[in-house]
Design a protein around this ligand. Structure first.
Ligand code: C2O
Ligand code: CU
Ligand code: CU
Length: 501
């Protein structure tokens, strides 16, 4: 099978996708009437209840095995493993160093990173992509640089000044990314500032969200046709690999959280039990100043955010999901609202008074005077060939081709990238190798400026929306840009920009 272009049978797609897709298909030439082929949706989830309320677990931290100052050295080995999500069954997973999510990497600006990647997957190639990080193109785990099964390589890069932020790492092999990630390969990568303006008393708690679908026998079912269309959404959103753990904090605590949406396709619109949220950071590190009083935050797949929440009154506070309609093809739209991801139990002796948060964190220079404007238009397409049906996710009408460069640019050149989404689903747009700024977004004829200045590497482009980005690449080489619903990326919604020195 061609790994990128899944060939789907028409009947199976109809079974999975329902009325909306049928209508679209009927509108296509030569489709005929397919009403008779509709049947129930074969969704394999809702199989297993998971225990909740276990004590909150920090992510395990990858140890630096090097002895040279300012060098971070370690091995990350990807391999099949087993994990107990519920006490009575074992689940085959893919893990980095036996952990899923993978161990958290913590290193400081100015450090040289040297990570040996060992691919111990049985038969599949893989890579490690350093999502959002300013690493050289040939060290970025692109699909063009696969590591064969049972092979290894070293990734080497330096963490520049001013790169502090909450990044993550995950595989990026051609046509296998979605499955390797939902089976467990993803981890957080925190670049610490040499001097952090956020007082240490606020702590630093990472919440990495993954989305698990698990059958009654403990296995993770493969992707259905509905998953290939909408992106895979699981049944349980886990925090650091655990369902709804309990974090106990003394009253009077204000806590810094780093949120990582490491799910394949789940939008996380979150509220913290009605408490005001102070937004302090985005994908590419701290904002210029705190944004106080947010009631909720939205994290599209692959986005990160740093927030501070103050817990004054004793009692439980729940981090919960709100509904977010990102467009859904066919039946089986998952429940988005009312899931409890984390419970903070505010209890015990009152905490010592918290130091004040500074009014300003840093200056973010505005990217200015773009020299070129480029347009990227998302598209979705279904084609029939006899009984076989092919679903394509496109950018500017083209499906990803590893051997085709879509855009030529130059190092240091500021460009205006206009991402237009005329499709029926939201698509989170991501660019490798750099952080961009949102200039404005347009929807329903109205232009909107972002609420605050931020460095971003992933931005949601809602249905019917156009988002304008200011983009500059500072390192030469081939870079991918794509939808971060991983099933869409895998089915073609990706392109290559060649950054010339
Ligand atoms: Cu998370 Cu191509 O990236
Ligand atoms: Cu990336
Ligand atoms: Cu998409």
């Amino acid at each position: 099978m061609d790994r990128r272009n899944f060939l789907l049978t028409g009947a199976a797609v109809l079974a999975a996708s329902g009325a909306e897709a049928q209508m679209k298909m009927r509108d296509m030439p030569g489709m005929g009437n397919m009403d008779g082929m509709h049947s129930a949706m074969p969704h394999a989830g809702k199989g297993l209840a998971l225990p909740e309320g276990a004590p909150f677990k920090e992510l395990p931290v990858l140890a630096n095995t090097g002895t040279t100052p300012n060098v971070f050295e370690a091995v990350l080995a990807a391999a099949p493993d087993k994990k107990r999500f519920a006490s009575n069954v074992e689940t085959p997973v893919l893990a980095y160093n036996g952990e899923t999510p993978g161990p958290m990497i913590v290193a400081t600006e100015g450090t040289k990173v040297r990570i040996a990647f060992v691919n111990n997957l049985r038969t599949e190639e893989s890579t490690i992509h350093w999502h959002g990080m300013p690493v050289p193109a040939d060290q970025d785990g692109n699909p063009t640089d696969p590591v064969a099964a049972k092979a290894s390589r070293v990734y080497e890069f330096e963490l520049p000044e001013d790169s502090a932020g909450s990044y993550w790492y995950h595989p990026h092999p051609h046509g296998r990314t979605a499955e390797q990630v939902y089976r467990g390969l993803a981890g957080a990568f925190i670049v610490k500032a040499k001097s952090d303006p956020i007082p240490a008393a606020y702590g630093d708690t990472s919440l990495l969200f993954t989305d698990l679908r698990i059958a009654a026998d403990g296995t993770m079912p493969g992707n259905t046709m509905a998953d290939l269309m909408n992106g895979r959404v699981g049944d349980h959103v886990l925090v650091n690999g655990v369902k709804n753990p309990t974090l106990t904090l003394p009253p009077g605590t204000a806590r810094r959280f780093r949120l990582f949406n490491a799910t394949n396709a789940r939008y996380l619109r979150l509220a913290f039990g009605g408490l005001p949220i102070t937004i302090i950071g985005s994908d590419g590190g701290l904002l210029e100043a705190p944004v106080h009083g947010a009631k909720e935050v939205l994290l599209a797949p692959a986005e990160r955010m740093e927030i501070i929440v103050a817990f004054d009154k004793p009692g439980p506070v729940k981090l919960q999901t709100l509904s977010y309609d990102r467009g859904w093809m066919g039946e089986g739209r998952p429940k988005e609202a009312g899931m409890t991801l984390l419970t903070v139990d505010v209890a015990g002796e009152k905490a010592a008074p918290m130091p004040q948060l500074p009014d300003r964190f840093r200056t973010i220079a505005t990217l200015e005077s773009p020299v070129t404007k480029r347009r990227f238009v998302f598209g979705e397409n279904m084609t029939m060939n006899g009984d076989d049906m092919k679903m394509d996710f496109l950018i500017n009408g083209a499906s990803f081709d590893m051997h085709r460069v879509d855009v030529q640019t130059k190092v240091g050149q500021v460009e205006l990238w206009e991402i237009e989404n005329p499709t029926d689903m939201d698509h989170p747009f991501h660019v490798h190798g750099t952080q961009f700024q949102i200039a404005e977004s347009m929807r329903g004829g109205k232009a909107r400026k972002p609420a605050y200045k931020a460095w971003k590497d992933t931005v949601n482009v809602a249905r019917g929306e156009t988002v304008r980005l200011l983009v500059r690449q500072d390192r030469p080489g081939l870079r991918m840009y794509h939808c971060h619903i991983l099933e869409h990326e895998q089915q073609g919604m990706m392109g290559i920009v060649n950054v010339q020195a």
